[in-house]
Design a protein around this ligand. Sequence first.
Ligand code: GDP
Ligand code: GDP
Length: 436
Amino acid sequence: MRKSVVAIVGRPNVGKSTIFNRLVGERISIVEDTPGVTRDRIYADAEWLNHSFNLIDTGGIDLSDEPLLVQVREQAEVAINEADVIIFLVNGRDGITGADEEVAKLLFKSNKPVILAVNKVDNFEMHELLYEFYSLGMGQPFPISGTHGLGLGDMLDEVVKHFPTDREDDLDEERIYFSLIGRPNVGKSSLVNAMLGEERVIVSDMAGTTKDAIDTSFSRDDWDFTIIDTAGMRKRGKIYENTEKYSQLRALKAIERSSVVLVVIDADTGIIEQDKKIAGYAHEAGKAIVIVVNKWDTVEKEQDSMKKFEQEVRKHFQFLSYAPVVFLSAMTKKRIHTLLPEVIRAAENHSKRVQTNLLNEVIEDSLAINPAPSIKGQKLKILYATQVSIKPPTFVVFVNDPTLMHFTYERFLENRIREAFGFDGTPIKIFARRRN
Ligand code: GDP
Ligand code: GDP
């Protein structure tokens, strides 16, 4: 089941970024006494009791060039489109302002669950500030203090009560969910259109999980696919849609719901730092990955041009050594038929289970070829290994002492497992655990 998404909205300076940092539990951005401090991250994992969810700080969608009302309206719209539950933050010390009323009106119309939180209520004596906020029509206001960390638990108890339990977008085990990520203009939308335009593809339905996201489902041969929409794939010209933070947020959300991520790069302009950063998110999230080199039509072909370009890709994306590289042109459709087979292979490997006895044979053979090293006279003993989960395939190796498992030896075991079972397209994880 996908994680619930919670968004914080409210006019500037009410404390959104302070609360975000508190709930995420790390100090991501430095909050200073200046309004509109820059935020590094606006989308992060958070946890409360046994719920883990994603949190959005809509204040980080930088619209500071816009008039205040436009800014708060657009940010409220992001929350309405992207979140399951909205925390509407106001400043207890200021009372209700016109901008608060504006946000309230939009949220009210959205029919999304809204929790009204009154911030900067730094001590109990200040609780009387709350009463005024009942008139916003958002139900009971929760007094909180971001700087002192007060009241957050009661507020979160209320937030998690509203998490959806029965979702229509729960993932279908048989279906391959994938997304296309990459910087603007690499050809993501062109590629989607090219894929959907293929003769043997049957587009069945379009269903959105949020008001703005349009997922596209299609079938090809015996396989069912869903392309998860990301920002920029359907540009509708809203102000926030053109901001970098918003496309980042949408890419992260799409990655989370995908099993396979297509990292699209542009053969014409080459690989830049931004490409790596985006691919890094997908890798860290443990998703299967296919690297797509688009606009291959723009490259002057000479002998080995594909091999040379692949070397370039490998050099830049060393952390993606498992990902296949596909060369194609969304424009001319040349080699476009090579893409889906790689997506299928990556998806299959991402959810592959290997038999415990075969796995342990591989481990024993590996130990015979390259015995486990000793650290400070202590010898690593591997007792046995087992695969504990899929998506990505995750292995636990039981050993006498996990601190003796050097990462180079872990890498060696990973390579042996890959050689034996073929995990192309997917990261795999190995954990060493103590067993006496
Ligand atoms: P944002 O623009 O809504 O993200 O607001 P910030 O998080 O940047 O906070 C704006 C200002 O309010 C900063 O100076 C914070 O230190 C201050 N602030 C945030 N939460 C509290 C609070 O609970 N109590 C008090 N007294 N100040 C707060
Ligand atoms: P997105 O922002 O990643 O969705 O990129 P678009 O699909 O909007 O494409 C950006 C530009 O690149 C458009 O002008 C496309 O016509 C062009 N483009 C896309 N794919 C190809 C390709 O394979 N070859 C060439 N030459 N141009 C392409």
